[in-house]
Design a protein around this ligand. Structure first.
Ligand code: MG
Length: 223
């Protein structure tokens, strides 16, 4: 039996990153609008992966949060204290969806692109995900230089991509090779427009309103 590969994305796919941002704003003592604006301003146009440290420093440089090293470390400490575990930010049924995806011999990979330090921190706080995946990979390089994607490009077996971000997914397909890929787009801020859905469907991608919609088993474990 062929060993297919199933790649799950983390942010906005398995993790409710919008809710997490709201919590981070509270921890930084700023409102969500300022969090989002400054996020966009600092990371939006530079195509630079998100980093909490850089975000705090940026807000300090703009005088939007209290300045100084002590304050910087206070916020970071608060993050660890207030958010020791992020599993409550995972979308419902994440575990069922991951477990029921693919066959026994298929490899399941959690692949997340972004800043190593910040993504690693998130993964550490999501230890519930560890037993569900064969590999967890944080990729800081651009898609075309990703070791994993290059590895998959050399495989003949099918690759299933579960991701909320259309642009990211298309870039991944360019490296892996579209013919052998099956794509499941999960609706998020990166794919919520009607034109996004149309684009996805024209491209032959499956489109889901949420990760929970991927689950098609009996809901008998509800507590
Ligand atoms: Mg994502």
């Amino acid at each position: 039996m062929a060993n297919n590969t199933i790649i799950f994305d983390l942010d906005h796919t398995l993790l409710n990153s919008q809710e997490l941002k709201k919590r981070l704003a509270i921890i930084m003592d700023i409102d969500t609008d300022l969090y989002n604006e400054s996020y966009k301003e600092r990371f939006g146009n530079r195509n630079e992966p998100y980093s909490l440290d850089k975000h705090i420093k940026f807000l300090q440089s703009k005088g939007r949060v209290k300045n100084g090293e002590i304050e910087f470390f206070r916020i970071k400490k608060k993050l660890d204290k207030d958010l020791p575990d992020l599993s409550s930010f995972l979308f419902k049924k994440y575990s069922e969806v991951i477990k029921q995806s693919g066959g026994e011999n298929d490899e399941k990979i959690l692949l997340t692109f972004g800043n190593q330090v910040w993504q690693k921190k998130k993964i550490e706080k999501l230890s519930v995900l560890k037993p569900l995946f064969d590999r967890i990979i944080i990729e800081e390089k651009e898609k075309e230089n990703s070791e994993l994607l290059k590895e998959l490009a050399n495989k003949e077996e099918k690759v299933v991509i579960v991701n909320d971000n259309l642009i990211e997914t298309v870039k991944m397909l360019e490296v892996i090779g579209e013919e052998k890929c099956e794509v499941k787009i999960i609706k998020s801020i990166h794919s919520e427009k009607e034109t996004d859905r149309e684009f996805a469907e024209e491209r032959g991608f499956e489109y889901y309103k949420s990760i929970e919609d991927l689950f098609n088993g009996e809901d008998d474990e509800k507590k």
